[in-house]
Design a protein around this ligand. Structure first.
Ligand code: VG1
Ligand code: CO
Length: 557
């Protein structure tokens, strides 16, 4: 018998899940009862439609970052307190976000708790994060995250099981009172799923027949290392030198595990220096990806459009299930819309954050979707999936090379020849003063309300319309307001400004710019040069420098 005790607690401020779970400094989570409060608030918010917490089966995964071990123990104690009946936990608590989504679905679990702050740095001085996913395998929708927040504001008592420390380092099943703890290998099910989706033989024979085609995968010391090792080395038979930083480390080796040209610089440099044909990287929890080629960077917005374009030709999963609709987050470039139009498919524009794609997928109306923030995925699970995107690209490469040698750059240029090119870039201003950032966005909102922006011409661009993006979910009718200021120009160019919902310190301003061209002579232009006039307009309209005191962004992607 395990004794369940009740102890008094007090609510903590700010336990409001952001774009993707609650992310705070480790030190914040280390406060007495802070993590317990949040886990209990989360379990108590499990929706009735999923069966509630009593007798629930919860999948637990994460990127293995610093402080995960302690939180795993908290989850056991709180689960006992709430009458959860089974925890399915990855070995040492490590399961990538997409793999966890798969396990939730495959095992028909009630939901999942993911211990990750994704691409945010880890370690005692950095970030920790906790995210809840529902029974469809996707991030909890706002109705649930709001409930978690409400619970966290009124919590007065913790109910926990008093048990000795559970060992998560051995596979197998343990009974702890009425709670079963099952420890599984988080890689197996995922690799199996990938084999159902892609034609592994065709990818493998592409590598065998093109010995001089060289690739490099960078796990960024995050959770995808063991997955990369399995796929690229063990399954496709590539040399060990085709993977780097593939051992998960609790502090990511001090690196910022965010796959973009800035933070995956080592990969970019190796690809350039060694003249490699294909480079890919994933983030801390394995849901993001970056794809590069020889002298080629594939923007995530282009990547998802290209995958959608080739899906039915190159990927067995879509040959079998078809492609039913496409979607992107609002700031993501409209390249994928053009593919949808050409293919006669429905397409959707949702707010930032993967949770908004889930309903569309559950309703069978979205097969492939993506975000500009290096997120790409499909309805095989309900999270974005970094390695899935890499395998999709390898499938496309294997497919187009059957006819004639085709590089990543060739694939891009071919796509532009068909659809035109959507130049796109995002400027991030990290850790700026929160109040000033709010004021900057509020000023734009007021101008929008007073209709001061429409028809204004600035830097040669005339504004067609401006709004603060609002989303009406076509499936459940819920409305999400204030999702980002959109300024759309008469030539179709766009500027979007919003504040990040994943940072843990100050505010991060994200400025997105997009410009479309169907002038073939421009397709090889450099992105920043092509966008410079529009960026100047964005800075002028937003008065960003005046509000934030910054004249250069922290990161450009
Ligand atoms: C960012 C990205 C967003 C993504 C989210 C979670 O959110 O912009 O597109 O869904 O991170 O990704 P924000 O609110 O900071 O802009 V992950 O890989 O950190 O779970
Ligand atoms: Co992530």
């Amino acid at each position: 018998m395990v004794s369940i005790v009740s102890t008094p607690t007090k609510p903590f401020e700010g336990q409001k899940p952001g774009t993707s779970g609650l992310r705070k400094r480790v030190k914040v989570f280390q406060q007495e009862n802070y993590t317990e409060n949040f886990i209990q608030s989360t379990l108590e918010a499990i929706p009735e439609s999923d069966g509630g917490p009593k007798n629930a089966t919860i999948v637990v995964g994460g990127d293995g970052r610093y402080y995960s071990d302690e939180v795993l123990q908290v989850i056991v104690k709180c689960s006992l307190g709430q009458g959860v009946s089974r925890l399915i936990v990855g070995l040492n608590g490590i399961v990538s976000t997409p793999a966890a989504s798969n396990i939730i679905r495959k095992r028909k679990a009630t939901g999942g708790i993911l211990l990750t702050a994704s691409h945010n740095p880890g370690g005692p001085e950095n970030d920790f994060g906790i995210k809840y996913n529902c029974s469809n395998g996707g991030p909890a929708p706002e109705s649930v995250t709001n409930k978690i927040y409400e619970n966290s504001k009124t919590i007065t008592e913790l109910k926990v099981g008093i048990v000795p420390k559970v060992d998560f380092s051995k596979l197998g099943t343990q009974e702890i009172g009425d709670l079963t703890v099952e420890i599984i290998d988080g890689v197996n099910d995922y690799v199996e799923l990938m084999k159902e989706i892609f034609d592994f033989d065709s990818i493998k024979s592409f590598f065998t027949n093109n010995k001089d085609f060289k690739m490099l995968f960078d796990g960024m010391n995050g959770v995808t290392g063991p997955y990369g090792q399995r796929l690229f080395v063990e399954e496709f038979g590539l040399d060990k030198s085709s993977i780097m930083r593939c051992v998960p480390l609790p502090d990511f080796g001090g690196a910022h595990p965010d796959p973009n040209l800035t933070y995956a610089h080592d990969l970019v440099e190796s690809v350039e220096k060694d003249g490699l044909d294909f480079g890919a990287a994933s983030d801390g929890d394995g849901d993001r990806n970056m794809i590069i080629g020889k002298k080629a960077f594939v923007t995530p917005s282009d990547s998802v459009a290209i995958i959608a374009h080739y899906a039915k030709e190159a990927i067995p999963y879509f040959q079998k299930n078809g492609v039913h609709g496409l979607a992107r987050s609002m700031p993501t470039s409209q390249a994928i819309d053009l593919v949808a139009k050409k293919m006669g498919l429905e397409y959707f524009e949702v707010p930032t954050g993967w949770k908004f794609f889930g309903n569309l997928m559950d309703a069978g109306r979205c097969s492939i979707c993506g975000e500009e923030s290096f997120g790409t995925g499909s309805d095989h699970i309900r999270e974005k999936d970094g390695l899935w995107a890499v395998l999709a690209w390898l499938s496309i490469i294997a497919h187009v090379n059957k006819e004639k040698p085709t590089s990543v750059q060739d694939i891009l240029q071919k796509h532009y020849q068909i659809y035109g090119r959507n130049f796109f870039s995002r400027y991030d201003y990290e850790e700026v003063d929160g109040k000033s950032a709010e004021e900057m966005v509020d000023r734009l909102r007021h101008q929008i309300e007073k209709n001061e922006l429409a028809n204004k011409t600035i830097g040669g661009f005339t504004i067609d319309k401006a709004d603060d993006f609002e989303y009406l979910d076509p499936i459940d009718g819920s409305i999400s307001k204030n999702q980002g200021v959109r300024i759309i120009f008469k030539d179709g160019s766009r500027i979007v400004i919003r504040l990040s919902g994943t940072g843990s310190q100050g505010a991060t301003v994200r400025l997105y710019v997009e410009k479309y061209s169907n002038d073939t002579t421009e397709y090889t232009n450099e992105t920043q040069t092509a966008l410079k006039p529009l960026i100047d307009v964005a800075l002028e309209l937003s008065e960003l420098e005046k509000f934030t005191g910054r004249n250069t962004p922290t990161v450009i992607t």
